[in-house]
Design a protein around this ligand. Structure first.
Ligand code: MF3
Ligand code: CO
Length: 248
């Protein structure tokens, strides 16, 4: 069942999602050659606590950290470590915050210093695909209109969308129904209604869409070792169209 949020529930959701947006902006400023993903994680946790929230991912199915930090061929769920970022890397940072019982969730991919042309294009296309999907999040459309718009944009650029992981409903839980795939036929799936809140999160690979999970049980990497990018926003569907809760 897809939970329809009331005006007051939506008001509650704005807070954790605002913190997520601000923290991602702070992370963007910290990302540079030499920094470790563990340092980013420590700063992220302190930021969330100072703002009166709690990290949403820490402890979720045993996940050990505040952020997911996925470098280059890592798609999602990279665990922060003592690895130093290097010039030319790209890093996806995904994070969630819970406040007063409501969740916020978003991700961005950042360039570490100067990166190659293909990586730049991969990031641009992934972010643009996210916004193509968001545009479809209007009452009366169907869920897979979002999925289809993402897929079309990505594949037209010559990249591929990850199938094994999807976006999701969000609210009093990090993951609610429905699942929001980044691929699929248009005009199908449940009708979108005012008051639905979803996290749309394209994961886009330079090469094959196929992925595998590393032995740590979390880190998802591309099967061919080529790079991947990830952008995510939490949005709520209003009568006027999508309201992006994780944008500054
Ligand atoms: N944005 C991802 C998601 O919504 C991150 C979850 S990572 C986990 O699924 F650590 F919480 F599992
Ligand atoms: Co998510």
């Amino acid at each position: 069942m897809i939970i329809i949020k009331s005006e007051s529930e939506i008001a509650h959701m704005r807070k954790p999602n605002r913190v997520v947006a601000e923290l991602l902006d702070y992370m963007r400023k910290l990302v540079r050659p030499g920094v470790t993903t563990k340092e980013l994680d420590t700063k992220a946790e302190a930021f969330i606590i100072k703002r009166g929230g709690k990290p949403a991912f820490k402890g979720y199915h045993g996940y050990p950290a505040t952020i997911c930090a996925s470098i280059n061929e890592e798609v999602v769920h990279g665990i922060p470590s003592n690895r130093h970022l290097r010039e030319g890397d790209i890093i996806g940072i995904d994070l969630g915050v819970v406040m007063d019982g409501f969740y916020g969730d978003a991700a961005r991919t950042f360039a570490v210093g100067k990166v190659d042309e293909t990586s730049l294009k991969l990031m641009e296309v992934t972010e643009a695909a996210l916004y193509k999907g968001i545009e479809q999040a209007v009452p009366g459309n169907r869920l897979y209109d979002i999925s289809h718009a993402v897929q079309e944009h990505v594949e037209a650029a010559g990249f591929s969308v990850v199938r094994d992981f999807v976006g999701h409903g969000i609210g009093r839980q990090l993951h609610e129904e429905p699942q929001v795939p980044n691929y699929g036929p248009p005009h199908q799936g449940p009708k979108l209604e005012e008051g639905m809140a979803i996290a749309i999160e394209p994961m886009v690979n330079e090469g094959t869409w196929q992925v595998k999970v590393l032995k740590d049980g979390w880190t998802v990497v591309t099967a061919d070792g080529k790079r991947s990018a990830h952008f995510e926003n939490t949005i709520v569907i209003t009568e006027n169209g999508p309201e992006i809760l994780t944008r500054l």
